[in-house]
Design a protein around this ligand. Structure first.
Ligand code: C5P
Length: 410
């Protein structure tokens, strides 16, 4: 059986050059066994011929809101109800803005409003348009409402520039769609994971950071994904590739990480804080490079907010898992941290002695939860991550699914 056999995907195409890749996506979805119905905006038809998409999907392409013949065959409300998932790829800046404001002035925007199926978007646009505060605000609005924003990727752009704004490749979009049905103990759970270090600038060329490689957080993202969750990884600077099927948001500072986490935490069922967040940042950011002169120089630092503690204190907080790197008294310090931050679980490891930990390929942790613990001996981080993810799933299930069917997953 094909992996998407019988799944009904409504693919919306808005008007951007990346629309040519949507033809490949339609073919791949079709090959994976999905039923695909394509809805195009008027501008999209200038980029790719409806006949191409009709041939590849095996279904007529819909475009007009008030088309009596099409309405008779399958009306727009029927189409909205038909879909298991609505994916808009490419989603232009204009289309994202219209969705964020709830406009329903063409067939595709009307369908997005009328459908109760999960709505995903794959943005594609010029990098300046993507970075514009208006677009960023619209994207945030949509993700806070529960929409999935997949990408964009960074790279060469059709306009000749380089930067973020490329639509994700069809195979990656296929992976993400398949993720909605991946069976596992965390199926249907939205997970948010932080990873890597943060960089706290001092002046335009210097920063305070730490040796975190991000390997543990990235391995956890992959492991939680394998158990069926939909994963967003909020990552500080690392040299790692995002795991397949995981959405990655890149940040630099603790404050940026906090903003990205808090804008999503309310709609997540699971939060894992694996990032090594800088506890302090420079009180003042020098506008230009600080020159050497005096022989003794003091830098004033201020505390960064504790992202993990903030998430754990939210009224409807997700299942929260923290990390604790300790140099001594592992159990007392880690349990103290778990209790004071109000966490469901904490993964603690001894640092400074022996192998493993920061910047290494291997690690060993002890997981603590209310009334229990488990030692996971030294092993490579992907294997360790799979063990941790399985324990998280077990306790997540015990906390929500087994006792209360109204779990916060979503
Ligand atoms: O208190 P401590 O920094 O040891 O706690 C470590 C845990 O808290 C890790 O899970 C880390 O990701 C998280 N943390 C955070 N925000 C901070 C500091 C730590 O989310 N500012």
């Amino acid at each position: 059986m094909h992996r998407l056999e019988g799944r009904r995907i409504l693919l919306g195409i808005s008007g951007g050059i990346a629309a040519y890749k949507s033809a490949i996506l339609v073919r791949e979805l079709h090959r994976a066994g999905a039923q695909v119905r394509v809805v195009m905006t008027r501008a999209a038809r200038a980029f790719v011929a409806p006949l191409t998409l009709q041939t590849l999907s095996g279904n007529v392409v819909h475009s007009e809101l008030l088309d009596p013949t099409r309405e008779a065959a399958m009306g727009h409300i029927e189409l909205a109800r038909w879909a298991d998932v609505v994916l808009v790829a490419p989603a232009t800046a204009d289309f994202i803005a219209r969705l964020a404001h709830g406009l329903a002035d063409d067939l595709l925007s009307t369908l997005c409003l009328a459908s109760s199926a999960p709505l995903a978007m794959a943005p594609a646009m010029n990098r300046e348009m993507w970075r514009h505060p208006a677009t960023q605000q619209n994207v945030r609005t949509l993700s806070l409402r529960g929409g999935y924003v997949w990408g964009p990727a960074e790279g060469d752009q059709a306009c000749g520039e380089f930067g973020p704004g490329r639509m994700l490749e069809p195979d990656e979009l296929l992976e993400r769609i398949a993720g909605f049905w991946r069976q596992g103990p965390l199926s249907g759970v939205r997970a948010l994971i932080t990873a890597g270090p943060t960089r706290e600038p001092i002046d335009p060329v210097r920063y305070i950071s730490n040796r975190s490689s991000g390997k543990m957080g990235y391995a956890l993202a992959a492991a939680v994904r394998e158990l069926g969750a939909t994963v967003t990884l909020i990552s500080g600077p690392t040299s790692l590739m995002p795991p397949a099927g995981v959405e990655r948001i890149e940040v630099n500072t603790a404050l940026e990480m906090r903003e990205q986490v808090l804008s999503r935490a309310a709609v997540c069922g699971l939060f894992v804080a694996a990032a090594a967040v800088s506890d302090y940042r420079a009180e003042q950011l020098a506008g230009h490079k600080i020159k050497k002169g005096v022989s003794r120089w003091q830098l004033a630092l201020v505390r960064n907010p504790d992202i993990l503690a903030e998430v754990a204190a939210l009224p409807n907080h997700p299942f929260t898992v923290g990390f604790a790197a300790e140099t001594h008294d592992l159990e007392r310090n880690a349990e103290g941290k778990r209790r004071s931050k109000g966490l469901d679980m904490i993964a603690a490891n001894l640092v400074g002695k022996g192998p493993g930990g920061f910047d290494a390929d291997d690690n060993a942790v002890t997981l603590y939860w209310e009334g229990g613990k488990k030692d996971l001996s030294l092993r490579d981080k992907p294997s360790l991550a799979r063990e941790i993810a399985a324990l998280i799933a077990e306790h997540y299930d015990a906390k929500y699914t087994a006792q209360d069917p109204g779990s916060p997953s979503g």
